[in-house]
Design a protein around this ligand. Structure first.
Ligand SMILES: Nc1ncnc2c1ncn2[C@@H]1O[C@H](COP(=O)(O)OP(=O)(O)OP(=O)(O)O)[C@@H](O)[C@H]1O
Length: 224
């Protein structure tokens, strides 16, 4: 199987001079197409830092990190932006824009990405909202949706462009048990339908069973 993510000898540091601090040590990680991988580990162990490197949101300093067979060490801003087009991001806070409805939030992300006409973007947005069970809420503003509904809109937004890779950082942190479960089940279903790969960071041990594989971060090192 072909690796969507291939990481070797990856180190990462914050700060400089006397304050320079290493936060990732010799990371090695391969993730195959279609896999659902969960990353766990204590607070401050480096999970978010690694996720942001994989997401091409931060420059690789040392070692090799290749996404979709493109080496990110040495990539310029333009190459990083290109890579991001194939990635869907879901964060702990849903990050919906408050002045746009559920449908407009999704539609905007389609229009940002690709050359799709407005009508088509609108149709796609409505279709994916129906798929996440929010067909009736497409004209609601985020403030009138529950936490779980907002997170479902965020999932719809991340998946509407059929990304090859979905990166999720604590997507259930703000949700109660049942809602958190529903939200990850939904991610799993849509990802399997679309054949996309998921890397999900979580402290939530109630959702570990959706993973094909679990990796653990401790003090900046991955232990399997
Ligand atoms: N921008 C930054 N500048 C300096 N240090 C940072 C920065 N971001 C993170 N760190 C440090 O890097 C280490 C790893 O942080 P990171 O956020 O990756 O951990 P985490 O495992 O995601 O934690 P959490 O589960 O609490 O989100 C921590 O010691 C943190 O203080």
């Amino acid at each position: 199987m072909k690796s969507v993510i291939a990481i070797q000898n990856l180190n990462h540091y914050f700060g400089s001079g006397a304050l320079k601090k290493q936060v990732l040590f010799d990371i090695k990680l391969y993730i195959n197409s279609g896999e659902i991988v969960i990353m766990t580990g204590p607070s401050g162990s480096g999970k978010t830092t690694l996720l942001s490197l994989i997401g091409a949101l931060r420059s690789v300093q040392q070692g090799s990190l290749s996404i979709f067979n493109k080496e990110m060490n040495g990539a310029n801003e333009e190459q990083m932006v290109q890579t991001r087009r194939f990635i869907g991001y879901i964060f702990q806070a849903h990050n919906l824009l408050p002045f746009m409805t559920a449908r407009q939030n999704i539609q905007m992300s389609i229009e940002l990405h690709r050359h799709v006409n407005k009508e088509e973007a609108r149709t796609k947005s409505e279709a994916i909202l129906a798929e996440v069970g929010l067909g009736e809420r497409s004209n609601y503003y985020p403030e009138n949706l529950s936490g779980g509904q907002k997170q479902r809109v965020a999932i719809a937004r991340a998946l509407v462009s059929h990304p090859k890779l979905v990166l999720a950082d604590e997507p259930t942190a703000a949700l109660d048990k049942k809602t958190g479960r529903d939200v990850v089940n939904l991610m799993q279903r849509l990802a399997k339908e679309q054949g996309c790969t998921i890397l999900l960071v979580t402290h939530d041990n109630r959702i570990l069973d959706i993973a094909d594989r679990i990796v653990q971060m401790e003090d900046g090192r991955l232990i399997s």
